[in-house]
Design a protein around this ligand. Structure first.
Ligand SMILES: [Cu+2]
Length: 160
């Protein structure tokens, strides 16, 4: 082997030895969170939709899902297929929306459903652990007998 070949073999070998290996990255729940906002309805009464109505997450990343309800009625975030695919680190109840918001409550442990009151904001910190699709909806029933889901309050979550 020529000297040049030996040097090239040494360089190539060291590149492989120093390459990052695809192990799980330690405590996944302590990453810097990726913030995603979901508005439940809009200002006007009777606007029963999620904004946006499609959400995509990736397994292994920490998310802070900011659930905000700017409308004048209560709304649920109900999605059994979603909660079965995520590890919940915590849910924080906030006194406001945005950078100056203060945390006024914290729930730890598995969460199956979240209800947000008019004007309220809650931050759901989670790490998706399984891929798949999940429908999210609001099951509140109005006086006319129809649920908010019947009126369009339904969204699709994709976990990649
Ligand atoms: Cu609703």
């Amino acid at each position: 082997m020529s000297t040049l070949t030996k040097i090239m073999v040494a360089v190539v070998s060291s590149v492989f030895l120093l390459s990052p290996v695809a192990f799980a990255g330690g405590n996944l729940a302590k990453q810097k969170p990726i913030e995603v906002r979901l508005d439940m309805g809009k200002d006007s009464a009777g606007d029963h939709k999620f904004y946006p109505d499609k959400l995509t997450f990736e397994t292994g990343k920490l998310y802070k899902l900011v659930l905000h309800n700017p409308s004048d009625s209560k709304h649920y975030f109900t999605s059994p297929d979603f909660v079965s695919r995520v590890y919940t680190r915590k849910v924080q109840v906030m006194d406001d929306l945005g950078a100056g918001a203060k945390q006024i409550g914290e729930i730890k442990g598995a969460v199956s459903e979240v209800e947000i009151y008019p004007g309220g904001t809650t931050e759901w910190w989670f790490v998706p652990v399984a891929t798949g699709n999940a429908t999210v909806w609001c099951h509140i029933k109005d006086k006319d007998g129809k649920t908010h889901r019947d009126k369009g309050m339904e969204g699709m979550i994709t976990i990649l």
